[in-house]
Ligand binder design. Sequence first.
Ligand code: PMP
Length: 358
Amino acid sequence: MPLTRADLDTIPRYVAGRNPSDVAREVGIPEAVKLASNEVPFGPLPGVVEAVAEAMAQTHRYPDPGVVALRNRLGERYGVAPDRLVSGCGSVALAEHIVRAAVLPGDEVLYSWRSFEAYPIITTSCGGTSVRVANTHDHAHDLDAMAAAVTDRTRVAIVCTPNNPTGPAVPREDLERFLDQVGPDVLVVIDEAYREFVRDPAVPDGLDVARNRPNVVVLRTMSKAWGLAGIRVGWLAADPQVAEAVRKVVTPFSVNHVAQAAALAALDAEDEMRRRVDIVVAERTRVHAAIKQLRPDVPDTQANFVWLPLGDDAADFARSCEKRGVIVRPFAGDGVRVTIGTPAENDMFLSAASELLA
Ligand code: PMP
């Protein structure tokens, strides 16, 4: 008799971006740059390291389990009542908590594919059944097909906008139509991990969309634009009853007080965050244009990465980039996601790509 659930064999393993020193050692080069995990490349925001150092003096104490100071601050910043907010150990943990709070064995979780690789892992581990709807030919969500795939077992539908790993974001009209089609009985999670990088005015702020729709949950992270990937803070905004249900299944104390202090300090540095994001967005425009010359089928991106739909060549392309000192993220048989880095890092990638894709 196995000691763990037999169906765990069906869960794909979460693949994290490779470590630069491992890759450099393996390919025999002095150093490699990492464009594989959608991080922002400028280090912590001003004030974060000091806030972390100060919070370390309290490591013998439990953190505030309600994460009240952070929720109040987020509430003020985003115009959302704190009882609608839940913070978690990264937004990936909150995505899991939402599914855990909504799904009983056999219930369906609907999402677009390809999208964030954690969705199938979360769904299966919570006893749910994944229903995947293929992206359109330009790698965007096919929301009409998703609405048509709703059944009476659908409990959660996830809309990832901008979509990781392909890049397009969902326009307001499409999102509103989808929500009307789906109706009020399905919990719709709008995963906006890359919201701060969006520049297309047709793409709505999920928090506005959610305001009059109690079945909509908005998921945000401080890992990307806010530069706190290593600290693990995410948050969600939901109807108060849904937020309370999620709080019931949260692992207690999962946002430690160092993370809470870091998040508060990062929020104090919003102007600098915006300046950095503007640099990333300008670089995104440059990298996207250059790559599109080589591969016209590269889709639009509103996030801090570009998607190369290389199909069966994806793994080889990534390996060849590593040999040139650039770590990108392959999705075997499908494509390669390349995070926007500093201008110098992007130049390294573009030089590798122009050699490999010419
Ligand atoms: N959602 C999406 C779409 C993501 O790409 C990621 C990170 N890769 C997350 C959620 C989770 O981010 P975190 O747990 O670091 O907040």
